[in-house]
Design a protein around this ligand. Structure first.
Ligand code: FDA
Length: 321
C-alpha cells in the first residue's frame, strides 16, 4: 500500500527531475541494475539484443531512449540513430514474411524525443523526423509504433499519427488504459488497418484524467481490450500482468481472432520465462528493447512499477561486490 500511495508517485516525480537524474546517474553501481532493463548504449548493442531475441522466435521493437527534448540538434540526432539502426535490423529478418502481418521487426518512437515540444515548430519538426523514420522503416520491412507519453501530449501525438498514417497506413500507436478518454480513443482507432498497442500507462497523472487504483485501471484495460479485439485493427497487448494476458487470450477466442491477428508485448528483461512459455504456446510475442545513454526516465518508471524492481536497485546500492 505504502508503495503505491507514497513511493510510486515519488519515483515518478523523480523520473522528471533533472536534479535527481544528475544524482542517480552518478552512482556507479546502478549500471548492473540498468543493464537488466536496457540493452546497452549503442546500435550494435541493440542489434545484438534483437538478434538473440529473434532467435527465440520472439518479435522485437527497439526504442532509442530519450524524451522531452528541448534542443533541435538532439531531436535530429535521435532521428539519425533510427536511420542508422533500421538497415542493420533489416539484415536480421530479410524474409518475405517480414513485409506482411505481423512483421517481426519494429521500432518505437517517442515524439517528444523527436522535437514535439520545441518552442518553435515543434509539431512540424517531430512530424518530419517521424516521417523520415517511417520511410526508412518501409524500406527495411519494419513497423513503426509511436509511444504514448504523459496526457498533455495525447492530442498532439494522435494528430501527428493520423497525419502520418495517410502515407504510412501501418503506423501504430499506443493507448494508455488508465486515461479516462482511452475507451473513446479505442472506438475511434479500431478501424481497418489500425495497429494499437494497449498498455496500462506509466506516468503520474491526476485523477481528473486518469483512473488511480490498480483495480480501476485493470477494469478500464479489459473494457479497452474488448473494443480492440472486436474491432478491425491489429491489437498489441502490452502487459506483464497474468490477469491481462489470460484475458487477452480468452478475448481473442471470443472475438474469433487467430494468433496472427493480435500479439502480446512485454518489456526487455521482464518475465523472460513467461515470454518463452507464451511463444511455446504458439502466441506472437514482441519484446520492447530500449537502448541508449538516456536511460534515466525509462529506468525510474520501471522502478515505480514494482516493489521488487525497487528492492533489486536498493540491494545493488548496498551490495559490496
Ligand atoms: P502491472 O505493473 O500492473 O503488474 C501487474 C502484475 O504483473 C504484477 O502484480 C505481477 O503479477 C506481474 N508482473 C509485473 N511485472 C513483473 C515482473 N517484473 N516479474 C514478475 N511479474 C510481474 N507505458 C506508457 O505510458 N507509454 C508507452 O508507450 C508504453 N509502452 C509500453 C510498451 C510495452 C511493450 C510494455 C510492456 C509496456 C509499455 N508501457 C508504456 C508501460 C505500461 O504502461 C506499464 O507501466 C507497464 O507495462 C506495467 O504494467 P503491467 O500491465 O505490466 O502490469
Amino acid at each position: 500500500m505504502a508503495f503505491s500511495t507514497l513511493l510510486r508517485p515519488a519515483l515518478l516525480a523523480a523520473a522528471r527531475s533533472t536534479r535527481m537524474e544528475r544524482t542517480i546517474t552518478k552512482v556507479p553501481i546502478t549500471k548492473s541494475v540498468v543493464d537488466r532493463f536496457v540493452a546497452g548504449t549503442t546500435e550494435p548493442d541493440a542489434v545484438e539484443a534483437a538478434r538473440s531475441i529473434l532467435a527465440s522466435r520472439r518479435y522485437i521493437t527497439i526504442d532509442y531512449l530519450g524524451e522531452d527534448t528541448r534542443d533541435i540538434e538532439q531531436a535530429n540526432d535521435t532521428a539519425k540513430h533510427y536511420l542508422t539502426l533500421l538497415p542493420a535490423l533489416a539484415q536480421l529478418a530479410p524474409t518475405a514474411e517480414d513485409t506482411g502481418t505481423p512483421r517481426s521487426i519494429e521500432v518505437s518512437l517517442k515524439l517528444s524525443a523527436l522535437g514535439q515540444f520545441l518552442p518553435r515548430d515543434g509539431h512540424k519538426i517531430a512530424t518530419d523526423n517521424a516521417h523520415k523514420i517511417c520511410s526508412a522503416a518501409e524500406q527495411a520491412g519494419a513497423w513503426v509504433t509511436i509511444d504514448a507519453e504523459d496526457h498533455t501530449t495525447t492530442d498532439s501525438t494522435l494528430s501527428i499519427v493520423a497525419e502520418l498514417r495517410q502515407e504510412f497506413p501501418s503506423l501504430g500507436t499506443v493507448l494508455q488504459a488508465y486515461l479516462r478518454r482511452t475507451e473513446g480513443d479505442c472506438h475511434d482507432l479500431s478501424g481497418p488497418g489500425s495497429r494499437i498497442r494497449l498498455c496500462k500507462g506509466a506516468y503520474s497523472e491526476p485523477a481528473s484524467v486518469a483512473y488511480q487504483g490498480k483495480h480501476d485501471v485493470d477494469e478500464a484495460y479489459l473494457r479497452c481490450l474488448r473494443i480492440l479485439m472486436d474491432g478491425q485493427g491489429y491489437p498489441m497487448v502490452a502487459s506483464h500482468d497474468p490477469l491481462i494476458v489470460d484475458a487477452a487470450l480468452e478475448q481473442a477466442t471470443i472475438s474469433d481472432r487467430g494468433a496472427d491477428r493480435f500479439e502480446l508485448q512485454m518489456l526487455y528483461g521482464i518475465r523472460d520465462a513467461e515470454q518463452l512459455r507464451l511463444i511455446n504456446e504458439n502466441q506472437h510475442l514482441r519484446v520492447y528493447i530500449p537502448y541508449g545513454q538516456e536511460w534515466y526516465g525509462y529506468f525510474m518508471r520501471r522502478l515505480a512499477e514494482r516493489p521488487a524492481n525497487l528492492a533489486f536497485f536498493v540491494r545493488s546500492l548496498t551490495s559490496t561486490k
